[in-house]
Write a protein that binds this ligand. Structure first.
Ligand code: NI
Length: 159
């Protein structure tokens, strides 16, 4: 077992302690280990890197933090091949919520998502990956749009 030191602010420490108390973890270390295991398991469940997917990426950020708004926009332009659309909501004077729809391979979408959400000032991010429907040949449009096609059932983790 390795020993590491991490820095957290008061609010986050209260979250860790609240979680430990509520779920009965014996220590902060065990709580954090479980959070990491859970995150790792969810990443594994996202599947094959070469598989095509569409994804909804949401995050909150402070638009005046260190030129963050401009840098996030530049990053999206740099990946215009992955970026389908972005919805921007001004939450209050400081904070913005963005929801980006991405499309590409799982590996590329994850890498782009990681590059955005790991920036300082970006928080509460969530990436929801949806496997792309299998490509069908042109003209083989097998359903009518006036009735909903039943979604394919796939094993998934809770999101
Ligand atoms: Ni805004």
């Amino acid at each position: 077992m390795q020993r590491i030191t991490i820095s957290v602010d008061e609010a986050l420490l209260a979250v860790i302690d609240g979680l430990s108390a509520r779920r009965g973890y014996a220590s902060r270390s065990e709580a954090i280990r479980d959070i990491l295991r859970d995150m790792h398991a969810r990443e594994q469940a996202m599947g094959d890197g070469d598989a095509p997917c569409v994804a909804a990426l949401s995050y909150v950020y402070e638009h005046e933090t260190r030129d963050l708004a401009r840098r996030l926009t530049t990053a999206q332009h740099d990946h215009h091949d992955l970026s389908v659309a972005t919805l921007h909501v001004h939450l209050d004077h400081e904070e913005c919520l963005e929801i980006a729809v991405l499309k590409g391979t799982v590996a590329k979408v994850r890498a782009f998502s990681d590059s955005l959400v790991t920036q300082r000032g970006v928080r509460l991010s969530h990436l929801h990956l949806v496997p792309a429907p299998e490509a069908s040949p042109p003209g083989a449009h097998g359903h009518h749009h006036d009735q909903m096609a039943a979604p394919k059932r796939r094993p998934r983790t809770k999101s």
